[in-house]
Design a protein around this ligand. Structure first.
Ligand code: 13P
Ligand code: ZN
Length: 311
């Protein structure tokens, strides 16, 4: 071919296009690498550290024998993005229920069949971080359950309770379930009427009415791990952050892990006092008048109709 036949302009355009294409590809790789380098180790995330500490503490309190109990902690997308690639879905897991208001929300959740005792030693096996989609029907796994496991069998009660509590309090982040011995024992010997149950707990420790002025709600024995108990628990969560599952355990909800742990801890302490004294001759108690004084002192509103009217 003669030199005059060569289309130098066309050649130049093609070379420029190829160079642009290459530059584009290089910049994608560079950006990806920069993003990866910017991402921090999820084991250093404050939400992860707090979750591991809380599960360990709950086990140490004797509330979570074997695989007993489960925790779900809602984490913001901004927080998750510091540690994980939000586009890297490991697998999708069907939930079996609807939770339309939770689409796009991220939760760190204990695994089903997993022991709280072991969370601190193998967090990636015993915990998983999921993102909810399809009106709650699918959970996208972004981290954890590395042995092929999945979220707690009580996910219906957890997510439905999150939805219920968020409607009441937009700052709610935690749902926690466990099997504290004294609360459980109390459901065998005490009336399950919510007002009676709450009043007894309030009377057992001065601080109880301050910590849970809305009282505790109570469910009768129901089959656990089902959508029905999930719906019933969520319904009870509309009016209180504590829901007793008779002959099984308790659910708590709150703004953070500390607050939720503290709620259950306080109710369990009250139940412990009750189980220590219920069979004895009671000579003194905390009167309703004293509880009104507490309500005034701490500026709180006890559950309507649960205390005798003020004198
Ligand atoms: P999971 O192991 O599925 O979390 O169940 C434990 C439990 O406490 C059931 O109520
Ligand atoms: Zn349980």
């Amino acid at each position: 071919m003669a030199l005059k036949d060569i289309d130098f302009n066309g050649l130049k355009d093609k070379t420029v296009d190829a160079a642009k294409d290459m530059a584009g590809k290089v910049s994608v790789v560079v950006n990806d690498t920069v993003e990866k380098l910017k991402r921090r180790d999820i084991m250093t995330a404050p939400f992860m550290i707090e979750m591991i500490r809380t599960a360990t503490n709950m086990y140490d309190h004797g509330w979570d024998e074997r695989n007993g109990g489960n925790i779900s902690l809602m984490v913001s997308e901004e927080e998750v993005a510091k540690y994980l690639d939000l586009t890297a879905v490991i697998r999708e897991i069907p939930t079996g229920f609807d939770a339309p208001t939770l689409d796009g929300r991220y939760f760190l959740v204990t695994g089903t069949g997993k022991y709280f005792k072991n969370v601190q030693y193998a967090p990636d096996v015993n915990l998983g971080l999921i993102r909810v989609k399809d009106s709650g029907r699918t959970a996208e796994l972004l981290w954890g359950y590395t042995d092929g496991g999945q979220f707690t069998s009580e996910l219906p009660a957890h997510l439905m309770s999150h939805a219920a509590r968020l409607a009441v309090d937009p700052d709610n982040r935690v749902v926690m379930h466990c099997h504290p011995g004294n609360l459980l024992a109390m459901t065998y010997v005490h009336s399950l009427d919510e007002k009676d149950f709450t009043r007894t707990l309030w009377q057992m420790c001065t601080e109880c009415i301050v910590v849970f002025p809305e009282g505790v709600n109570v469910l009768p024995w129901m089959l656990c791990g089902t959508n029905s108990i999930g719906e019933a628990t969520a319904e009870k969560m509309n009016t209180a952050r504590l829901v007793v599952w008779s002959q099984h355990g308790i659910y708590g909800a709150g703004k953070d892990l500390d607050e939720t742990f503290g709620l259950i801890e306080t109710a369990e302490k009250a139940a412990e006092i009750y189980m220590k004294i219920a069979h004895l001759h009671i000579k003194n108690t905390i009167t309703d008048d004293a509880m009104w004084q507490l309500a005034d002192r701490f500026n709180l509103t006890p559950r309507s109709g649960y205390l005798k009217p003020r004198k």
